[in-house]
Design a protein around this ligand. Structure first.
Ligand code: FES
Ligand SMILES: [Fe+2]
Length: 394
């Protein structure tokens, strides 16, 4: 029995023990077992419009520079120089010239394959060949860029997606009814972005994002467009608490879709972009949340997509990144206002941030033990922790 199993009750489902949220040991374990080996949503292709455009992506201590090469391809390299290890890119985003140049001694690398191009004043017989940048794995799915920090080449992103949703296989014909709602993410662009550093373990942020038990007390704007108490009925609870097996089936999967609603996520339910999101047949699409483990959320509504991704920064520190995608032809300042586009979810996040840091302060206190999860209104949290236990099982 693992430390995780020891607190798993049959009558009441509870979260993991305190050390999973506080200790460096569990933080490192989470990084190794859950994050490094999985594809993480890092960016959208529109953020790298031209050759040399780069973004820095970090997950725990792992960093990648995602850069568009001269050949138009998107590559990802580990963000350290092969000479003495200085980081190649220290800003979050920017535009390199013809090469990536290390700021320390000026070694320079190809954008296209990471090969060492110049190494100033090294001795005459110095061979550049062995000193290419190390790669991080990078793939796109319909314009969404995912990075994987695994030591070995991971399963292809399309195969991972297709393992639970065969219609997303690389060679499958595109379909309006696929799990991505037939949305054409290739024809979108980033209309706004925001990020938040939160003093909380990444799982507390996930937990908070996965339930609406706290919404009525904390999210008045969200409750105007979403009835927080309507969720159990949607998932088969007819007055009886959901069984553990039902919860695992509904919420304990690597990739799952939830919340097919008619809502628009804005303060008054009105449109925030006058150009509808592109779909394969340009008809209005569904609103839903697609969750991809460890924790990436892709949430389209009629006129924009909200993506939510989480980067662990330490045992008790995390970063939340939001992208707000709109139709690529939507004009900023005309068809949408970036501040309005991001305002709804930024307001919700501003309310969640202190909740999560208060959770962290509480679970960090000596003597804290986890309490029971609400089987109906925290079923996704319970499912997430079932998944978490399974993923850590030796
Ligand atoms: S550390 Fe990069 S050139 Fe020396
Ligand atoms: Fe919340």
């Amino acid at each position: 029995m693992t430390a995780l199993d020891s607190v798993r009750g049959e009558l009441e489902l509870v979260g993991p023990p305190a050390e999973c949220f506080t200790s460096r040991e569990w933080y490192e374990r989470d990084l190794e077992v859950l994050f490094r080996s999985r594809w993480q949503l890092a960016a959208h292709a529109s953020e790298l419009p031209t050759s040399g455009a780069f973004l820095r992506f970090t997950s725990g201590p792992d960093e990648a520079v995602i850069v568009r090469g001269d050949d138009g391809e998107i590559n990802a390299y580990r963000n350290y120089c092969r000479h003495r290890g200085h980081r190649l890119c220290t800003s979050d985003a920017g535009k390199a010239g013809k090469r990536l140049v290390c700021p320390y001694h000026g070694w320079s690398y190809s954008l296209d394959d990471g090969s060492l191009q110049t190494a100033p004043k090294m001795h005459e017989r110095f061979e550049r060949g062995p000193w290419s940048l190390r790669r991080a794995w990078v793939e796109q799915h319909r314009g969404l860029i995912f990075v994987n920090f695994g030591a070995q080449r991971p399963a292809a992103l399309a195969d991972v997606l297709a393992s639970s949703h065969p219609e997303l296989a690389a060679d499958a014909p595109r379909d309006e009814s696929d799990v991505l709602g037939g949305y054409d993410f290739d024809r979108m662009k980033v209309g706004a972005r925001s990020s938040w550093e939160v003093e909380a373990n990444w799982k507390l942020l996930v937990e908070n994002n996965l339930e609406c038990y706290h919404c009525q007390m904390n999210h008045p704007e969200l409750c105007r467009v979403l009835d927080p108490w309507s969720l159990p009925a949607r998932y088969g609870s007819d007055g009886e608490p959901l069984s553990t097996d039902q919860i695992r089936e509904i919420a304990g999967r690597e990739i799952r879709r939830s919340g097919d609603f008619d809502n628009r996520y804005s303060f008054d339910g009105a449109s925030v972009c006058s150009v509808a999101l592109p779909r394969l047949r340009d008809t209005p699409g569904p609103t839903f949340f697609l969750h991809i483990a460890p924790y990436n959320v892709i949430a389209p509504t009629a006129d924009y997509v909200w993506t939510w991704a989480i980067d662990p920064c330490g045992p008790t520190r995390s970063r939340v990144r939001h992208l707000f995608l709109v139709h690529e032809e939507a004009r900023s300042g005309v068809d949408f206002d970036p501040a309005t586009l991001s305002a709804f979810w930024n307001t919700v996040m501003a309310q969640d941030e202190p909740l999560c840091s208060e959770l962290q302060r509480g679970v960090s206190q000596p003597g804290y033990t986890p309490g029971p999860l609400n089987r109906d209104h925290q079923m996704f949290v319970a499912g997430f922790y079932e998944w978490y236990r399974d993923a850590h099982r030796p």
